[in-house]
Ligand binder design. Structure first.
Ligand SMILES: Cc1cc2nc3c(=O)[nH]c(=O)nc-3n(C[C@H](O)[C@H](O)[C@H](O)COP(=O)(O)OP(=O)(O)OC[C@H]3O[C@@H](n4cnc5c(N)ncnc54)[C@H](O)[C@@H]3O)c2cc1C
Length: 393
């Protein structure tokens, strides 16, 4: 919960403190995670996308759901707990610190479900939300294409209406978890290419539909996380369309605003930093003023990212429309991840290059952080235009 700080100069200061109920929730959750997760459980040991990581997350998420801790922030009628945005965020922080044991299902609860709640028909909500709230399904995100990453509005996957159905053809790339997913939240062009972002629609595609071919891509972030998705004459009923035809861009904008701060990366980076400090202390490096300065800078970046993300969550808790602050928060998280990754390489030297060591894991995390959910450079462009009001280059 955020509260306005004492602000004698009217500078819009704010301080954040959890309500008693949210603080008690965090403490229960930490105890639960200590019991449920084996000692040392973390993404760095199992590998994101590995079978052991994915299998674990399936069981773990069902346990979480049974406690009412998977979708506490959703409305009760859709399987939620009717709690606020802060409780969901506390969950995100604690999960991310532990390597995100919800696996791909963090996307379900963070942005897939909220998009269905806002734009879905009653039929879509009744069919698709309860399995998410029970922890029974995996969703993936089919946005990027080979020639449409940053320039997402250039996507070419087509959906053509035939009677009551749509027929999909095209290719997606970098589709995390598509190899395990049941559904894809997919963007396709229903208008002409010249319509740009005004000719795009969202489809809720069951991945077992004939004509869907998922192929693995080796990546730097984990054993098996990336995939390509080939769609050849994939026929789906009109009920798979989310929202209105050609109006998918509004849904995308909202979805990305949730996604940008969905992974509280600073929380994990700060823990890695603590581990690095222990390592440096043992190695006798922590008395070096240069090393101390690097630690100070990295810690400050983690804290700045935390507070900037809290401002975004505060907007959400007050039911305001997503604002450009999300770009700032995400850029700050990337800076924090990178500062900790660079520090690990600097102080640990070749030890940080050992595969799946904390240094290696942090370095890979920081690489992905600057690309996934929109690249860092593009966030800077958006900040310059929308927050600093600089002219478009
Ligand atoms: C870990 C991870 C998971 C991902 N998961 C998914 C997923 O599940 N589903 C999905 O759809 N996609 C996913 N992606 C893809 C991701 O969304 C894209 O990689 C991203 O949007 C960038 O697109 P691109 O790779 O085509 O790079 P490009 O758009 O080709 O950009 C290449 C480089 O050029 C820079 N650049 C491009 N345009 C500009 C500009 N105007 N100004 C300044 N610099 C610019 C970019 O910053 C970047 O550094 C994932 C990516 C990663 C790393």
């Amino acid at each position: 919960m955020a509260r306005e700080a004492h602000d004698p100069h009217g500078e819009g200061l704010m301080e954040f403190a959890l309500s008693e109920a949210d603080a008690a929730f965090r403490s229960d959750l930490v105890g639960f995670l200590d019991r449920e997760l084996a000692e040392g459980w973390s993404r760095s040991e199992h590998g994101l996308g590995s079978a052991v990581y994915t299998d674990f997350s399936r069981d773990f998420v069902r346990t979480l759901a049974a406690k009412g801790w998977l979708t506490p922030h959703w409305p009760r009628e859709y399987g939620g707990g009717g709690q606020g945005a802060w409780q969901h965020f506390v969950l995100g922080e604690e999960m991310w610190k532990r390597g995100e044991p919800r696996g791909p299902q963090y996307m379900n609860v963070n942005w897939v479900g909220p998009a269905l709640i806002k734009y879905g028909t009653e039929e879509q909500k009744r069919e698709l939300l309860p399995p998410i709230a029970r922890g029974d399904v995996f969703w993936c995100q089919g946005f990027s294409e080979p020639e449409a990453g940053t320039d997402l509005a250039a996507l070419r996957t087509r959906a053509v209406r035939e009677g009551e159905d749509y027929v999909l053809n095209g290719q997606k790339i970098w589709t995390s978890y598509a190899n395990e997913a049941d559904y894809c939240f997919l963007l396709a062009r229903t208008g002409s290419v010249a319509d740009g972002r005004n000719g795009i629609s969202v489809f809720l595609l069951p991945l077992r539909t004939p004509g869907v071919d998922v192929r693995r891509i080796e990546g730097f972030v984990g054993e098996h996380s990336f995939n390509e998705l080939f769609l050849t004459d994939v026929r789906v009923p009109g009920s798979c369309l989310l929202g209105e035809e050609n109006k998918g861009w509004d849904i995308v904008r909202r979805t990305l605003a949730y996604e940008r701060v969905g992974a509280p990366r600073y929380a994990r980076a700060a823990l890695v930093l603590d581990g690095l400090a222990d390592w440096c202390r043992a190695a006798g490096l922590l008395t070096d003023p240069g090393v101390q300065e690097q630690f100070g800078q990295a810690r400050a970046l983690c804290e700045a990212a935390r507070v900037l993300v809290y401002r975004v969550i505060d907007e959400r808790a007050k039911a305001k429309e997503p604002s450009p602050m999300a770009y700032q928060a995400r850029a700050a998280m990337v800076q924090a991840e990178r500062a900790v990754g660079d520090l690990a390489l600097d102080v640990m030297g070749s030890e940080a290059l050992v595969e799946q060591s904390p240094g290696d894991a942090q370095f890979r995390n920081s690489l992905g952080a600057g690309i996934a959910a929109g690249s860092y450079e593009v966030q800077l462009n958006l900040i310059s235009r929308l927050i600093l009001k600089l002219p478009k280059e």
